[in-house]
Design a protein around this ligand. Structure first.
Ligand code: ATP
Ligand code: MG
Ligand code: ZN
Length: 465
């Protein structure tokens, strides 16, 4: 049976892990000094080694010849952890086990000592998806952790964890992997598999994967099915290649309303990628810029490490409200793009339009786009008067709230106004006011962070007395 590459090449010991050297160094010390902590938080983008490293930590702690940073991979413990049937190393996907009951069963089991291993590990994947009550149960356990037990919480979205849970954990940031490191790994795999694949293809895959090794390996699996020698001409379409550099240049061109340059860049992208994918990639790209502008933290984005300084500069050339509006406008134009025939031409129009002014820009397919005049357009257009898009701001805010607050405000609340450093959130019913007031601080803090200035939030309700 064929084993997918991302299973076959999962790193089993630290020396097989690509990049993440800071995390490796720290975990190595932990194992050497046997200073096992009750809770670890592994956060970072998908496919960057969180689950793999959690298993390595569990294996290093429990190898029959250990604790050791070079587990033997052959003893019963090493093997059972590898295949996932070790009773003391449990992997739980929080996305499927969000309930408080499961959490309670798990906690009850902890009353017993580990059955065969030295130390028990619970690896909780996608832990930000635990329900409010289950997260609260987890917090309680972390406050009084059982001896001989470690939790490894893995998440792509640490902002959505309860801050109290976060603060109980020893934190490790996993970074997007540098394209070059991915490329080297792919080259190595091709050599081992005796695959004849053009280096250009590997380079492109490493870039498209945007820092995620699993995605890269999956793409390699796919292109290996082409008739050899596999060249970019053969598989570029499949890869839907969209370079971040080109997107950055596109943002600049569209912002300056440079039609010729916008046209050129869009054409460059459409050689390999579908217009809809390009539209979505641009929306994603601007979302990343927005996060960068607010947090200056590259590892919360899919921005490639070597583009860091360029992206930070680019992020600062755009206004926060403008970015929110552009993202919303791009999303709204997705539907239109599906209806029209000359998609590349529409794409150029849409990009120029969404960057052009403060008015919501959704193009109507009935207005056929004119062929673009090529004379230069003044690049010193006045800065648009930025209006805050309340809906977009609200969804951005929701995405950063901890689970309990999220559930309450997403289903029952709405941002009614933001004015003079005062924001008003309206709830559907009076009965929810008390509950909502408990989350006022986090609401205020998150909103202030998003807006870049401090803001007072008040909560009211829309029920008629
Ligand atoms: N740093 C890395 N070095 C080598 N291979 C890696 C690395 N990160 C990921 N991989 C490859 O990707 C696969 C998936 O990695 P892993 O499950 O550890 O990622 P993850 O960070 O837990 O992702 P997710 O957030 O999607 O769960 C591994 O089996 C391995 O093949
Ligand atoms: Mg994982
Ligand atoms: Zn072993």
């Amino acid at each position: 049976m064929y084993i997918p590459l991302h299973h076959k090449y999962r790193p089993r010991i630290f020396s097989e892990v690509v990049s993440q050297s800071v995390t490796i160094q720290m975990l190595t010390r932990i194992i050497e000094e046997k200073r096992f902590h009750p809770a670890y938080l592994f956060s970072g983008p998908r496919g960057t080694g969180k689950t793999s490293m959690a298993r390595i930590l569990a294996r290093s702690a429990n190898c029959e010849h250990g604790p050791t940073v070079t587990p033997c991979l052959e003893c019963d413990h090493c093997r059972s952890i590898e295949v996932g049937n070790c009773p003391d190393v449990m992997e739980i996907n929080a996305a499927n086990h969000t309930g408080v009951d499961q959490m309670r069963t798990l906690i009850e089991d902890m009353a017993y000592a580990p059955s065969t291993c030295r130390r028990r590990f619970y690896i909780l994947d996608e832990v930000h998806q635990l329900s409010g009550a289950a997260a609260a149960a987890l917090l309680k356990t972390l406050e009084e952790p059982p001896a001989d037990t470690s939790f490894i919480l893995a998440t792509t979205d640490p902002q959505r964890l309860l801050p109290t849970v976060r603060s109980r954990c020893l934190s490790f940031d996993f970074h997007s992997l540098p394209a070059q490191a991915i490329e080297e790994q792919l080259t190595e795999i091709c050599a081992q598999e005796h695959w004849e694949i053009d280096p250009d293809v590997l380079f492109y895959i490493a870039e498209v994967a945007q820092g995620g090794m699993r995605d890269a390996q999956e793409m390699l699996d796919q292109v290996s099915l082409f008739e050899p020698p596999v060249t970019l001409e053969r598989c570029g379409q499949l890869l839907g290649y969209i370079r971040q550099e080109t997107l950055a240049a596109l943002v600049q061109a569209a912002r300056q309303q440079d039609r010729l340059q916008t046209q050129t860049l869009v054409r460059e992208l459409t050689v390999y990628a579908e217009p809809l994918a390009i539209l979505q990639a641009l929306a994603f790209f601007i979302k990343d810029l927005l996060v960068l502008q607010r947090t200056k933290r590259l590892n919360l984005t899919r921005v490639l490490p070597h583009l860091e300084s360029q992206m930070l500069i680019l992020a600062d050339t755009l206004e926060f409200g403008q970015m929110l509006r552009i993202i919303a406008d791009l999303q709204q134009n997705e539907g239109k793009l599906k209806e029209v025939a000359q998609t590349a031409l529409w794409l150029e129009m849409i990009f120029l339009e969404v960057f052009s002014n403060g008015v919501t820009a959704v193009l109507e397919p009935s207005e056929e786009p004119e062929v673009l005049p090529l004379e230069p357009v003044s690049s010193s257009a006045p800065t648009p008067d930025v209006q805050i898009d309340l809906e977009a701001l609200w969804s951005q805010l929701l995405s950063q709230l901890p689970p309990l607050a999220l559930a309450l405000f997403r289903d029952h609340g709405k941002l009614a106004s933001v004015k003079d450093q005062q924001a008003v959130v309206v709830l559907r019913s009076q009965g929810l006011l008390r509950a909502a007031e408990q989350h006022l601080t986090v609401l205020q803090k998150t909103l202030s962070q998003l807006l870049g200035f401090s803001i007072q939030v008040s909560v009211t309700h829309s029920e008629k007395p």
